[in-house]
Design a protein around this ligand. Structure first.
Ligand code: CDP
Length: 152
């Protein structure tokens, strides 16, 4: 078990390094958590993902720190102010990017989230996370999301 954990940790480091070496851009997705629920956003594009739910986020810009990218993307997409609280799951290599999930909470005094770039928003509790129609990459962190929501 310990050996497996060490191997998993090692693999994670290697994936992060590979991303740096190949320059594969990082996309940050964010689990905004409040009162035991996570904020899911419904995509409107591209056609094959339209109508499916994701954790909001976007591409990290050159030279930008990831937590700064999370704050910027969520301000653009949802009109909120967030505080980044941690990371969730392991990095997910997609076709041309690396998806990395951060966790966050609304900052005190933040406006309520609005779907400025999505079709709809929804607070999803642990019981409803497994049944939601997530985009494929986000489906991979659903189990970790349930654990996170149940722990808080
Ligand atoms: O359009 P932009 O480059 O701002 O970012 P995006 O389209 O939101 O995300 C870039 C890539 O990451 C796309 O291939 C998305 O499908 C993927 N993505 C994802 O799989 N899950 C998320 N929660 C966010 C993005």
């Amino acid at each position: 078990r310990l050996v497996l954990r060490l191997l998993a940790a090692r693999a994670e480091v290697l994936v992060e390094r590979a991303a740096e070496v190949t320059g594969r851009p990082v996309v940050v997705a964010t689990a905004v958590v409040r009162d035991g629920a996570v904020l899911a956003a419904r995509r409107t594009r591209p056609a094959e993902l339209a109508g499916r739910w994701e954790l909001p986020g976007g591409r990290v810009e050159q030279g930008e720190a990831e937590p700064d990218a999370v704050v910027r993307e969520l301000r653009e997409e949802l009109g909120v102010d967030v505080r980044v609280t941690g990371r969730l799951g392991t990095d997910l290599p997609l076709a041309d990017v690396l998806l990395r999930v951060h966790t966050a909470e609304l900052a005190p005094g933040s406006p309520e989230p609005e779907p400025l770039e999505h079709g709809a928003l929804r607070w999803v509790d642990a019981a409803d996370v497994p049944g939601l129609d997530w985009v494929p990459a986000d489906r991979a962190v659903a189990a970790d999301l349930v654990t996170l929501l149940r722990s808080g």
